[in-house]
Design a protein around this ligand. Structure first.
Ligand SMILES: C[S@@+](CC[C@H](N)C(=O)[O-])C[C@H]1O[C@@H](n2cnc3c(N)ncnc32)[C@H](O)[C@@H]1O
Length: 272
């Protein structure tokens, strides 16, 4: 039986990255195919749920830092299925005037974001592919809510590793960086195989053989650093996600290997 909230275009027999991640975070918007992929990943990499949780905890710290830097508008690309601690919740709790635009290609993520944001005039979602920045920058919620002449927070969390090298992620990020004003901040987390190659190879293999909605391409620290271009990395730089400005027990894990599956960084666009 298909639940009412499932958009008609969704083939629930094919796993999606968004719904598999939702399951790993303890969410309810996933199907047997997604749970089967998550189970395989968990078996191969016990503790992977910790890595997902650490990423969400980093998101909260990064948004609070941007708020402290005076940022009041956010573009969150590959935002996923809404879960606890979404960008607009953290930002608008601090200042209700904050504006947030989410972007995802996954229809379930978009449908749930629309539901969650109905009645919130300062937040919206665009159904778009991050490989087409112009469609995102010109989308209805971006035109309505964002002012590209003012600094904004541009977030790409656990999403850029879905872009293959052939699609030139460096050139793609240049287009985004060029579109935003000096003083803007770019926030990235990205899967890496620098420290845990066997585990990450296994995850990439499971995703590849799942015939789902894409493949993952882990990158080295140097390759991920290049995605920031000439933006200035704030302290402590590009570091394992579970070590970036940690401030409480929810930010860390005893399973230190789970810290090493991704890098996290926040960088500011310099004045010309
Ligand atoms: C692992 S989830 C991360 C969600 C959220 N950013 C976070 O860090 O908690 C990755 C998300 O990126 C989305 N995604 C993957 N490739 C995409 C693309 N080409 N364009 C837009 N979204 C994409 C997936 O649908 C999924 O929702």
């Amino acid at each position: 039986m298909t639940q009412e909230w499932v958009p008609k275009i969704v083939d629930t027999s094919v796993p999606s990255g968004a719904r598999t991640y939702d399951f790993l975070l303890g969410g309810a918007h996933n199907f047997a195919a997604d749970r089967s992929m998550a189970d395989q990943v968990e078996k191969a990499v016990p503790g992977i749920r910790d890595a997902a949780r650490l990423n969400r905890a980093f998101l909260a710290r990064a948004v609070r830092l941007l708020i402290d830097q005076g940022i009041r508008q956010f573009l969150d690309v590959g935002s996923g299925i809404p879960t606890v601690g979404n960008v607009h919740e953290i930002a608008q709790q601090h200042d209700p005037d904050c504006r947030v635009v989410y972007v995802d290609r996954d229809p379930v993520a978009v449908a749930h974001s629309e539901l969650m944001l109905s009645g919130n005039e300062r937040a919206g979602i665009a159904h778009a592919d991050m490989r087409n920045p112009e469609s995102i920058l010109a989308s209805e919620p971006a035109r309505r809510l964002l002012n590209f002449d003012e600094p904004l927070g541009l977030l790409f969390l656990l999403v850029l590793h879905w872009v293959p090298d052939e699609a030139d992620p460096r050139a793609l990020m240049t287009r985004y960086r060029d579109a935003i004003a000096p003083g803007s901040h770019l926030v990235i987390t990205h899967m890496t195989d620098d420290a845990q190659k066997d585990k990450i190879d296994t995850v990439a293999g499971i995703v590849r053989s799942s015939r789902g909605d894409g493949q993952v391409f882990p990158r080295s620290r140097a390759e991920i650093a290049a995605l920031f271009g000439d933006f200035e990395l704030l302290e402590p730089g590009l570091v394992p996600t579970g070590t970036w400005r940690v401030s409480g027990p929810g930010d860390i894990t005893d399973n230190t290997e789970m810290n090493e599956l991704s890098y996290a960084g926040v960088a500011r666009k310099p004045q010309p």
